[in-house]
Design a protein around this ligand. Structure first.
Ligand code: NAI
Ligand code: MG
Length: 499
């Protein structure tokens, strides 16, 4: 033992551990739900008040880890959306557009601070309504949401410096539609730059994860924002369509499926509304022979499994250079055995619940297609809870570029592994997809990272890391992954006209 290198010793320990049932046994460490005070029923947030929907309709929102109903949420009709847009228009004309930019900044800073103050409660609520591990909501989602408000608050009175000599002007009412994978963070990505640029907002959260957005509405109220500057309406696709099609909306920002993105693009064409779309992805991680393999394997795991693969830029395709393919696949297969799948509120959990039955069905269908096409699955051996929506982390080998699992967005904890010989082949294969959101490159040669990054048709390319986010960095796609950037100075552009 004494003569063994540390790495070899670690492998031996891992091997032993695998013999003893796969994981170190941790006592459960559930986060308490006590800080969350759920209402029975949530109304729409319009003109600074919570109002009952004119539609009279409510629907249940559930915890996907238990299938328990958490609350009833309003389902906004066209009339409700119209009221929200009117209130946003009025607030824009009467107040917000005229407000001194440094005053606008103060409100946005206040929202940021209140998110920080209520971070614990918001994290728990995010996990309860969305199924993601508390570790993620607590360490990533909520702190990043606050960071976006802080960052864009700082720009509010400096827009002329962001675009010198261009006379930046607000647009009016922004209609914003967001998905369920990062509910509060996506709301922050959308609302913070819109407000900083002097626009008012009508935001619709996803039907499956409305609760943190409604909590944000309370924060907006507590921060004393002028009524109507931020309106939050809940509902399904029809509510989203009513926002998109409303004649008094000047800007549409959408994050979600490519399918709905295309519908929205058609609906907006010729109306003069400004549009940004952040759609799906089939992002590639490329590991070269000279990469730090253990670090790369951790990055791959982080890139596809830690949010159940519910990440638009998830590293769902892995391209490994042939010299290290066997080693990488072996390490990946070992590593997935140590992933903890289960109660999202448990602080030890790595992989939580799938967000909805619909999403679980989609993942199940695509994994079956993978098996039918001859791809070989390796799954985390674990007992999945009986209630709720779950899928064991899955690594597919023996995958061909033409297989459905190598082409279609799965949006679940499923990784397709392919190999390559030359850098040119890696680039060609990575780019061979209708999408272009993100990519990761792993090599110990800095020059190689930059050279490959420049050839990849992806909005974000990470070098020797994956899924790193910061409000100062622009994010967005190429091709069917959409257009427009969120984050950074570039993230101001969709909310301004530059005269
Ligand atoms: P979706 O695109 O249907 O939903 C996203 C948002 O758009 C929700 O708020 C929804 O209510 C709204 N919406 C739906 N139809 C609309 C319409 N016609 N007009 C305006 N708004 C509309 O996505 P869904 O059904 O939740 O997921 C389907 C697939 O989309 C997933 O399996 C995944 O592959 C992909 N997806 C991508 C995301 C990303 O971050 N790029 C996020 C969520 C899903
Ligand atoms: Mg849909």
């Amino acid at each position: 033992m004494a003569t063994e290198k540390p790495a070899a010793r670690l492998e031996l320990v891992n091997e032993r551990m695998l013999q003893f049932g796969g994981k170190w046994q941790y006592a459960s460490a559930p986060e308490s739900t006590e800080p969350v005070k759920l209402e029975k029923k949530y109304n729409l947030f319009i003109n600074g008040k919570f109002v009952a929907p004119k539609s009279g309709r409510y629907y249940p929102t559930i915890n996907p880890a238990t299938e328990e109903t958490l609350a009833e949420v309003a389902d906004a009709s066209d009339t409700d959306v119209d009221l929200a847009v009117r209130s946003a228009r009025q607030a824009y004309e009467k107040y917000w557009r005229k407000l001194k930019p440094s005053e606008r900044a103060k409100y946005i800073f206040r929202i940021a601070r209140m998110i920080q103050e209520r971070a614990r409660e918001l994290s728990i609520l995010e996990t309860m309504n969305g199924g993601k591990p508390i570790r993620m909501s607590r360490d990533d989602d909520i702190p990043l949401a606050a960071a976006h408000f802080f960052y864009y608050a700082g720009w509010a009175d400096k827009l002329e410096y962001a675009f010198p000599g261009r006379n930046p002007q607000s647009l009016g009412v922004a209609g914003q539609i967001i998905p369920w994978n990062f509910p509060l963070l996506m709301a922050a990505w959308k609302i913070a730059p819109a407000l900083a640029c002097g626009n008012t907002v009508v935001l619709k959260p996803s039907e499956t994860t409305p609760l943190t957005a409604l909590e944000l509405a309370r924060i907006v109220q507590d921060a004393d924002l002028p009524p109507g500057v931020v309106n939050i309406v809940t509902g399904f696709g029809a509510t989203g369509a009513a926002i998109v099609n409303h004649p008094n909306v000047n800007k549409v920002a959408f994050t979600g499926s490519t399918e709905v993105g295309k519908i929205i693009q058609r609906a907006v064409a010729g109306t003069g509304k400004k549009l940004t779309l952040e759609l799906g992805g089939k992002s590639a991680n490329i590991i070269f022979n000279d990469a730090a393999i253990d670090q790369a394997v951790e990055g791959i795991i982080n890139g596809i499994f830690y949010n159940q693969g519910h990440v638009c830029c998830a590293g769902s395709r892995l391209f490994v250079q042939e010299g290290v393919a066997e080693k990488v696949i072996r390490k990946l297969n070992d590593r997935i055995q140590t992933l903890r799948v289960g109660d999202p509120l448990d602080k030890n959990t790595d992989v939580g619940a799938i967000n909805s039955k619909m999403q679980l069905d989609k993942i199940t269908e695509l994994v079956k297609a993978g098996k039918d096409e001859g791809c070989v699955p390796h799954q985390t051996r674990c007992t999945l809870p009986k209630k709720g929506f779950w899928f064991a982390p899955t690594v597919f080998t023996n995958v061909a570029m033409s297989n459905r699992i190598a082409q279609e967005e799965i949006f679940g904890p499923v990784l397709s592994v392919l190999t390559f010989r030359t850098p040119e082949e890696a680039v060609e294969k990575a780019n061979n997809t209708p999408y272009g959101l993100a990519a990761g490159v792993w090599s110990d040669k800095g020059a190689k990272l930059f050279k490959i990054a420049n050839k990849l048709r992806a909005g974000v390319v990470w070098g020797n890391t994956y899924n790193q986010f910061d409000p100062t960095s622009p994010f967005g796609g190429y091709k069917e992954s959409g257009f427009g950037r969120e984050g950074g100075v570039q993230g101001l552009l969709p909310y301004l006209s530059l005269e």
